[in-house]
Design a binder for this molecule. Structure first.
Ligand code: CP
Length: 306
């Protein structure tokens, strides 16, 4: 059964069956990653360009590894060192790359809607690796995979997304995906960082972090995006850490067994203390490992069903 779209632009409107198929396929690839030879010939002959106009460690390496594990030819493009510095437009760059017979494009860009724009000017399969404050679908898929791995299910679980909800593509993709899969989703953060429309998406708002810890099975803690001027939305980083940061004392005070997730990179001492970021509650590095399998599944499903 193929996916219902030949692109992955976001999780808004993606049917439950598609998400289920990606997660089930990722389970197969997760097993491949444990083998001594972590490679299958599935996408042999396919050429995939990783087009990163914004910084990335996890997503970029994870996609490149996923492509190599599937035997595709992976090409990495980054703005520095490219002809973008000579004034070449985004559209011209894409047209020239496509003229080299590329099958799939993985794109990260600061402008929301860039992946959608690419579908209008390219025949390749387009995968969104994070577009501005819009969506980051493969992050949410790997988060859901990790939740299912930990709990054996997604439906019925209570998941709270903590932090700058208004400017987070990870939050939005998680909200769409988790609600589709039957989880009960809440958000917690400073009121300046909670969008007014959020309850219309079926999400509960919690302003007190202790309440969020007590009421939920999972906290997915977001990075405070200092590069996107997040600092303007609360008085000081110290105050943010005091009221919304997760540390051992806060978890012990609430006497709660809870799973802590984080998409990375972590601002240690701000949204998570180091004893939590490295402690027994978190599954942060499992998320990263699972990300390769999930991206293999997405590439395989899109790359083999034109
Ligand atoms: N989680 C995430 O998108 O990390 P990177 O920005 O390092 O890719």
């Amino acid at each position: 059964m193929p996916l219902s779209s030949r692109h992955l632009l976001g999780l808004q409107g993606v049917p439950k069956e598609d998400i289920q198929l990606i997660l089930d396929t990722a389970l197969t690839f997760r097993e491949v990653l444990e083998r001594p030879i972590k490679k299958v010939p599935t996408l042999q002959g396919k050429t995939i360009v990783n087009l990163f106009y914004e910084s990335s460690t996890r997503t970029r390496i994870s996609f490149e590894l996923a492509e190599k594990r599937l035997s595709a030819d992976a090409i990495n493009f980054s703005v520095s060192g490219s002809s973008v510095s000579k004034g070449e437009t985004f559209k011209d760059t894409i047209k020239n790359i496509e003229a080299m017979k590329v099958d799939m494009v993985v794109v990260r860009h600061a402008a929301a809607g860039t992946p959608l724009f690419l579908t209008k000017i390219s025949n390749a399969n387009i995968i969104n690796a994070g577009d501005g404050i819009h969506e980051h679908p493969t992050q949410a898929l790997l988060d859901m995979y990790s939740i299912r791995e930990k709990f054996g299910k997604i439906a019925g679980l209570k998941v709270c997304i903590v932090g700058d909800i208004a400017h987070s593509r990870v939050a939005l993709s998680n909200i769409f995906g988790l609600i589709t899969m039957g989880a009960k989703v809440s958000v917690c953060g400073p009121s300046t960082m909670i969008p007014k429309y959020i309850e219309d998406l079926g999400v509960q708002v919690i302003y007190n972090i202790d309440e969020a810890i007590q009421e939920n099975d999972i906290l997915n803690v977001l990075r405070i995006q200092l590069e996107r001027k997040a600092r303007e939305y609360f008085p000081s980083i110290r105050e943010y850490a005091k009221y919304f940061g997760i540390d051992r004392a806060r978890l012990e005070k609430n006497k709660k067994s809870i799973v802590i997730m984080h998409p990375g990179p972590i601002n240690r001492g701000v949204e998570l203390s180091s004893d939590i970021a490295d402690g027994e509650h978190q599954i942060i590095l499992q998320q990263v490992t699972n990300g390769v399998a999930v991206r293999m599944a997405v590439l395989y499903l899109l790359g083999t069903v034109n």
